[in-house]
Design a protein around this ligand. Structure first.
Ligand SMILES: Nc1ncnc2c1ncn2[C@@H]1O[C@H](COP(=O)(O)OP(=O)(O)OP(=O)(O)O)[C@@H](O)[C@H]1O
Ligand SMILES: [Mg+2]
Length: 420
């Protein structure tokens, strides 16, 4: 558009042109920011400079599940809860995928009726006036919900044009940041797998060496215990036996981390397996007043896996969650079961996630949690997660821990699943 045309459309005002030039400059800088959070917060601030609004929420599509989750928001937590999500099948997503255009709610009230009652309700509570689709190469990658203007006036065409100028470029920058994030995570995972494999070999060697003398010590002590029965020294022997048993347990744990027992696989219903695991810890959960919020979003929960070993993994994670929430007031574990989108013609992942609102893991310690013997607990062996990692690895799956220190921890397990 020529400078003259710009002036004409803006009613002679140079404000629009200034804003447009400023945005072009800003857009250029967007591509330099690789930190997704920083990028999103910059974009939200810029939106608020273009239109004076209180409420802006950005939802982004997750590459592995096709779900749209909140990624940035200037709204109070209760309005856009962290559990709010849209799936690719939802009407709202469908509408934007097909129409690929922004929606100004008050200009097209009839379109609202096309959305589901829950979607309409969400738009109402967020007081969204403009919903803008983020697109990269004609693919919907996110949605930006922008609220009513503070002065309650309608959005002008100039404002909508400026938003388009910003958000079309922002969509590309966000996609790049997401890809960068995924790439870094992949590299980290590779390093971790290498490190754990080396640690595993070392551990197996050491465990082997310890096990034989330990068996000799144990049987000698057992003999001495019998000889001394009745004397007060027998009590000392009993205490020593307990210590030996503790070492034995650690050695066993080390060995199962280094060399997980062979998988006994069967077709299993993961949904049922999670319920079974929950019933095992039901008493503990009740005693500790832990609420479990379990959502099964998977249309197919069947995988080929070793049920006993998977149960052990789920148990380890649940126990860690309960232990981490010892000091929380409101203790909740959110468990979600879902299918990923296909990774190729034949397979996808079944994803199980456990999220607690316990004390979390300090950022600098996240990389340590899968290392054998890393523990922050008095009675912990630090083998729960490494063993679980070994089991998931053996299933050709993946396991990831993310945490917000002081707020909670999320464990995500991905297990391969054949497509029907
Ligand atoms: N849900 C969680 N919340 C906060 N920290 C966690 C969580 N899960 C694991 N951790 C941290 O990771 C460490 C290692 O966990 P892991 O299960 O391997 O061993 P542990 O729980 O300490 O001992 P064990 O499992 O043998 O009882 C824990 O000590 C804790 O610091
Ligand atoms: Mg543990």
């Amino acid at each position: 558009m020529s400078e003259k045309a710009n002036k004409q459309r803006a009613g002679g005002s140079s404000n629009w042109i200034d804003m447009r030039n400023m945005l072009s400059e800003f857009n250029r800088s967007l591509s330099l920011i690789v930190d997704k959070e920083l990028l999103l917060s910059n974009i939200v601030v810029k939106i608020k400079q273009i239109v004076s609004v209180e409420k802006v929420s950005v939802f982004l599509m997750q590459h592995d599940t096709d779900k749209f989750l909140p990624a940035a928001s200037s709204q109070p937590e209760e309005e856009v809860s962290r559990n709010t999500l849209f799936s690719a099948k939802d009407k709202l997503i469908n509408w934007f995928s097909v129409n690929e255009s922004l929606l100004v709610v008050s200009r097209s009230p009839s379109i609202l009726h096309y959305f589901s009652p829950e979607e309409q309700e969400l738009i109402r509570t967020m007081q969204s006036e403009c919903i803008y689709p983020l697109k990269v190469m004609n693919r919907l990658t996110g949605l930006v919900f922008i609220g009513r203007k503070n002065d309650r006036a309608d959005y002008s065409q100039d404002e909508l044009d400026l938003l388009a100028l910003l958000l079309d470029q922002a969509a590309v920058a966000i996609e790049n940041a997401v890809l960068y994030e995924e790439q870094s995570a992949r590299i980290k995972k590779m390093y971790r797998a290498d490190r754990l494999a080396i640690l595993g070999q070392l551990a197996a060697g050491a465990a082997h060496e310890i096990r034989n003398p330990l068996t000799a010590i144990r049987s000698t002590m057992q003999y001495l215990g019998k000889e001394m029965k009745g004397s007060d020294k027998a009590e000392m022997i009993d205490e020593l036996m307990e210590e030996v048993d503790r070492i034995n347990k650690i050695v066993q744990g080390l060995l199962s981390f280094a060399k997980p027992t062979e998988l006994e696989t069967a077709r299993i219903d993961t949904e049922a397996l999670i319920r079974e695991t929950l019933s095992l810890v039901n008493n503990l959960l009740k005693k500790q007043s832990v609420a479990v919020n379990y959502r099964n979003l998977a249309d197919d929960p069947v995988i080929v896996a070793d049920p006993a070993q998977l149960k052990q993994v789920f148990l380890n994670i649940l126990l860690n969650a309960v232990e981490a929430m010892a000091e929380s007031n409101d203790k909740t574990v959110n468990i979600v079961l879902e299918n990923s989108r296909p990774v190729d013609m034949r397979s996808r992942y079944l994803i199980v996630s456990f999220e607690d609102n316990g004390k979390g893991v300090e950022t600098e310690n996240i990389e340590n949690v899968f290392n054998p013997f890393y523990t922050t607990k008095k009675e912990g062996t630090g083998l729960g997660l490494p063993i679980s990692y070994g089991i998931i690895n053996k299933h050709n799956g993946e396991m990831e821990l993310t945490s917000r220190p002081g707020a909670g921890t999320k464990l995500v397990i991905k297990l391969p699943q054949a497509l029907k």
